[in-house]
Design a binder for this molecule. Structure first.
Ligand SMILES: Cc1cc2nc3c(=O)[nH]c(=O)nc-3n(C[C@H](O)[C@H](O)[C@H](O)COP(=O)(O)OP(=O)(O)OC[C@H]3O[C@@H](n4cnc5c(N)ncnc54)[C@H](O)[C@@H]3O)c2cc1C
Length: 489
C-alpha cells in the first residue's frame, strides 16, 4: 500500500514539474515566506499565532473552519501586489478577506498552509467625482461608509446588502452582492465601471474606465465581478453613482396568509410599478424579529410586505397610492405608511435584523438564496412550506421577494446528526425546486464552497469545464482561493 502511494506521489510530481519549470521563482520554505511577508507589511500587520488566526478560519457559512498559516494586512496597493508575488513564488494558496460576512464559505482558507489577506486597511475612498458621478475606492471600504459619503453630496450608491454596515465593497464586487434595492436599481455588477487587480503572478491589471461607455478590450471588469477571489485580487474599484432620489415612501402591508402576500408581489409587478424595495417576512420571521428588535411588528400576521417607492415626489405619491390600493385589493388587512424618517428607519432596521433575530433561535442557521423568476414567488413559497413539512424542519422565510430572491432560513442544530441529514436533503430539494421553476441556486450569495457541489445542476458540465480551463489559464499554480466555485481544478 505504502509503495503504491509513493508511486502515485512520484507520478504526480512528474506531472506537476513541467509547469513549475516555466516559472522563474524557486520554491522557498514556509519560514522564508513569513520573513518575506514581514519585510513587506511589518510585524504588526502579520498574524501567525493560532489564537489570533482562529477568527479568520470561518465566515458566515455553515462549514467547517480551516485555520490558515498566516494572516497578512497590507496597507497599500504596492504591499498587496508584493504579497501576491511572494505567495506565487511559494505556490501558497491565498484567500482574500473583506469582512468575512459572505454566506457561501468564500473566505474559509483553502488549506492550513494558506495565507489570508485582509483588506481592512485598504479602506480609503480615493475620489468622489460629482461632475462625472463616480467614486473610486479601495476594496476594504465598508459599503455603508461609501453610501453615506456620497449621500452628503446628493448622490446615491444603491447596492445595499443587508450586511452593508460591515461588508466591504471588495467583498460586494467579488460576490456580485445584491440587497434590498435590487428590484429597481440592480445589483453590484450594474455599478462597477472599472477596477484594477493583481493577477496570480502579482502583475497589476487595469480594466474599464471612468467613462459612462467603454468598449475597449475584453470585459475584464465583468469577469472579475463575482469571481470570489479566484481570478485576481482587486485593489481599486470605480463605482457608478446616480442622483439621490428626491422622495421616498415606505409602508408595511399586513396579511393573514403568506399566499396573499406573495400574490401581491406578482400583482404589483404586473401593474408596471417598480418599487425600490419589496421585502417579504413570514410569520416565523416576524415573531423572531419582533422579539429581537421590538419594532412593533404585528406578531399575529401571517406575513408582511415591507415596501418602499422612491423617485420624483409626484411619482412617489402616485406609485405609493397605487401600491396601497393593490395591497388592499389582494387582501391586506392593513397598510401602514411611515409618516417620518424615524418610522421609516424603524421599518428597515427591523428588516435588516431578520438574520440576526433568527440566528438567536437555534445553534445553527442555514440561509439560502435560491432565486426564481418573480412571477413564480407564490409557487416557491408553497414549495418551501411543503419541504419544511416533509423533512420536519423549521424554515423561516424572508427576503427580496420583488426580485424573486427569497431567503429560506433553516434553523437547526448541526450536532443533531439525524436532523442535519434531513436539512441537507431539504437544501438540495430547495435548489431543485428553484431550478424547476426557471430560477438559480444563488441570487446574490455566490457559489463559494457551499454551492460548488451543486453548480453543475444549474450550469451543466461544459460550463464547469470551461470555467476550470479559464481558471487554469489565469492561475496556473492554483493559488487564488482554491476549491471555491469550480471545486478542484
Ligand atoms: C446579516 C447578513 C446579511 C446579508 N445580506 C446580504 C444581502 O442582502 N445581499 C447580499 O448579496 N449578501 C448579503 N450578505 C452576504 C455578504 O454580506 C455579502 O456576500 C458581502 O458582499 C460580503 O462582503 P465581505 O466584505 O464580508 O466579503 P468577504 O466575505 O470577506 O469575502 C467575500 C468573497 O469576496 C472575496 N474578496 C473579498 N475581497 C476581495 C478582493 N479585494 N479581491 C478579490 N476577492 C475578494 C473573498 O475571497 C470571498 O470569496 C449578508 C450577510 C450577512 C451576515
Amino acid at each position: 500500500m505504502i509503495i503504491m502511494l509513493m508511486r502515485v506521489l512520484k507520478a504526480t510530481k512528474t506531472l506537476v514539474l513541467p509547469i513549475l519549470k516555466t516559472h522563474s521563482h524557486e520554491r522557498i520554505p514556509m519560514k522564508g515566506l513569513i520573513d518575506q511577508l514581514i519585510k513587506i507589511v511589518g510585524k504588526d500587520n502579520l498574524l501567525t499565532q493560532r489564537e489570533d488566526m482562529v477568527t479568520y478560519s470561518y465566515d458566515a457559512a455553515v462549514l467547517d473552519p480551516v485555520v490558515p498559516h498566516a494572516v497578512v494586512m497590507p496597507e497599500n496597493s504596492e504591499q498587496l501586489g508584493q504579497i501576491v508575488k511572494v505567495c506565487s513564488t511559494h505556490r501558497v494558496a491565498m484567500t482574500v478577506r473583506g469582512s468575512g460576512t459572505n454566506l457561501s464559505g468564500g473566505t474559509i482558507p483553502s488549506n492550513t498552509s494558506g495565507v489570508v489577506v485582509l483588506t481592512g486597511k485598504l479602506n480609503k475612498i480615493l475620489e468622489i467625482n460629482e461632475a462625472d458621478m463616480y467614486a473610486v475606492v479601495q476594496p476594504g471600504v465598508v459599503t455603508a461608509t461609501l453610501a453615506a459619503a456620497v449621500e452628503k453630496k446628493g448622490l446615491f450608491y444603491p447596492p445595499d446588502p443587508g450586511s452593508q454596515a460591515v461588508s466591504t465593497l471588495g467583498g460586494n464586487v467579488a460576490e456580485n452582492a445584491g440587497g434590498l434595492r435590487g428590484l429597481k436599481y440592480g445589483v453590484t455588477k450594474d455599478y462597477v465601471m472599472g477596477l484594477s487587480f493583481f493577477d496570480s503572478m502579482g502583475e497589476h491589471v487595469k480594466s474599464g474606465s471612468r467613462t459612462v461607455k467603454c468598449a475597449t478590450g475584453y470585459n475584464l471588469t465583468g469577469l472579475m465581478v463575482g469571481s470570489e477571489g479566484t481570478l485576481g485580487v482587486i485593489d481599486e474599484i470605480i463605482l457608478k453613482l446616480i442622483p439621490l432620489p428626491k422622495a421616498r415612501k415606505s409602508m408595511v402591508a399586513v396579511y393573514k396568509t403568506i399566499k396573499q402576500a406573495s400574490e401581491t408581489v406578482a400583482a404589483i409587478i404586473a401593474d408596471r410599478i417598480v418599487p425600490a424595495t419589496l421585502e417579504l417576512l413570514d410569520n416565523f420571521t416576524i415573531r423572531a424579529v419582533e422579539s429581537y428588535s421590538k419594532a412593533g411588528l404585528p406578531v399575529d400576521a401571517g406575513a408582511l410586505l415591507l415596501i418602499e417607492v422612491d423617485g420624483h415626489p409626484g411619482q412617489v405619491e402616485e406609485d405609493g397610492r397605487r401600491v396601497e390600493e393593490i395591497c388592499r385589493e389582494t387582501g391586506a388587512q392593513s397598510v401602514k405608511v411611515a409618516t417620518d424618517d424615524a418610522e421609516r428607519d424603524r421599518i428597515w432596521a427591523a428588516r435588516r435584523s431578520a438574520l440576526s433575530a433568527l440566528a438567536k433561535l437555534k445553534p445553527t442557521l442555514v440561509l439560502e438564496d435560491a432565486t426564481v423568476p418573480r412571477s413564480k414567488i407564490p409557487a416557491m413559497v408553497k414549495s418551501l412550506q411543503e419541504i419544511s413539512k416533509k423533512y420536519d424542519i423549521s424554515i423561516g422565510t424572508f427576503g427580496h421577494a420583488g426580485d424573486g430572491n427569497l431567503h429560506p432560513t433553516i434553523l437547526t442544530d448541526k450536532r443533531n446528526k439525524a436532523e442535519w441529514h434531513r436539512v441537507e436533503q431539504a437544501i438540495e430539494e430547495i435548489f431543485d425546486r428553484a431550478l424547476e421553476l426557471g430560477g438559480t441556486l444563488s441570487g446574490e450569495h455566490g457559489t463559494g464552497l457551499a454551492k460548488a457541489p451543486f453548480l453543475e445542476k444549474e450550469t451543466g458540465r461544459s460550463a464547469i469545464l470551461f470555467s476550470r480551463r479559464l481558471r487554469k489559464a489565469m492561475d496556473p499554480y492554483n493559488i487564488l482561493n482554491p476549491g471555491k466555485i469550480t471545486g478542484v481544478i
